[in-house]
Design a protein around this ligand. Structure first.
Ligand code: GH3
Ligand code: MG
Ligand code: MG
Ligand code: MG
Ligand code: MG
Length: 314
């Protein structure tokens, strides 16, 4: 029996319900050599609609973790043949950090030292048997809630709030990784900077809210047109695209298409539709430094504006 207040005191339960409606179930891995223990844990967890995977020992648990990359929580016994819980936890931590995966150890051992050893080796929490349903759920929810909070914070750090596109910070971090990979494989990458034309007058004429709608719709179109590229909002009405494994000719073709697409596209704002054109500056990433490439793309963008906007310049 779990008092209703206990469950309701967790924000997490509300979020859990929202996720269930969206059909996003959360997967938990149960590791225990005892069939009756597994059945007991499974029945408690499926009552809250979690998806469950099972493993009979540590070695199997590591395999299951590889198979499902969506596991958020591992609930593990200690005494098991082949690999114990205490051996399993540090193995999991070599690959999965606390922010991505929580581990709760369960043991009937009355050794008080065991909880400390589990926590030191990388577990997040410890339950000794027998435990009440109330304690069990409280620890499960608290650990999942922590992971969820970290995910939310990480999303806010990596994305632009208005358009939900990747932000400038994320772009610089990832472009370094991508360009280093390109260097290793001797492949070409192309960078483009995109700027909406006369956007200030859109705001002045139709209002800031209408401007915001256009920025959001622009972000959506960029994600749709370039799903395999790194796209980001650099700031204001400026966006960028990094094309990995792409020749200049191919990038030119796709960017020319985008310019024409914007020229013919009607943005929907309340009670009206309007056209907004796009200027693009493009540069090859041959020197392998994003900041150098960006300078050249910026100069190309400047020329695109000078030449009358609504065009791509290399
Ligand atoms: P150009 O063709 O030379 O690029 O002209 P422009 O008007 O687009 O460029 P300018 O740099 O003069 O103005 C950019 C405008 O973008 C000004 C600013 O108010 C607007 N802006 C920047 N961020 C946002 C935003 O988040 N929402 C809205 N609605 N407007 C924004
Ligand atoms: Mg056991
Ligand atoms: Mg502009
Ligand atoms: Mg400007
Ligand atoms: Mg601008």
């Amino acid at each position: 029996y779990v008092p209703k207040e206990t469950i309701q005191s967790f924000d997490y339960v509300g979020k859990l319900l929202a996720r269930l409606k969206a059909n996003e179930k959360i997967r938990i891995l149960i590791v225990d050599d005892s069939a009756s223990a597994r059945i007991h844990l499974r029945s408690m967890l499926t009552r809250h609609n979690f998806l469950i995977s099972e493993a009979l020992n540590g070695v199997e648990a590591l395999k299951v973790l590889e198979t499902y990359n969506d596991i958020k929580l591992v609930v593990t016994d200690n005494e098991m043949p082949v690999m114990t819980g205490l051996q399993l936890v540090p193995e999991i931590r070599k690959k999965y950090e606390h922010q991505k995966l929580a581990i709760i150890a369960i043991s009937s051992s009355n050794q008080s030292i065991l909880s400390a050893r589990f926590l030191k080796s990388g577990a997040d929490d410890y339950l000794s048997k027998p435990f009440s349903a109330e304690e069990f759920y409280t620890r499960i929810f608290r650990n999942l809630e922590f992971i969820e909070h970290v995910e939310e914070v990480q999303f806010a750090v990596d994305h632009d709030f208005l358009t939900k596109m990747h932000n400038r910070r994320y772009f610089f971090e990832q472009s370094d990784i991508i360009l280093n990979k390109m260097k290793e494989t001797d492949s070409n990458a192309v960078f483009a900077i995109l700027d909406l034309d006369h956007f200030k007058s859109v705001n002045d004429t139709y209002g800031h809210d209408a401007g915001d709608i256009i920025l959001v719709q622009t972000a959506k179109r960029l994600k749709q047109h370039f799903p395999e590229c790194l796209t980001a909002r650099l700031g204001g009405e400026e966006f960028c695209i990094l094309f990995p494994n792409t020749s200049s000719e191919e990038a030119i073709g796709r960017l020319e298409f985008l310019v024409h697409h914007f020229e013919n596209f009607e943005f929907e704002i309340p009670d009206k539709s309007l056209q907004v054109t796009l200027s693009i500056g493009m540069a090859d990433c041959s020197d392998g430094h994003i900041s150098e490439t960006m300078k050249r793309a910026d100069q190309a963008l400047y020329r695109a504006k000078q030449n009358g906007r609504n065009q791509l310049v290399e």
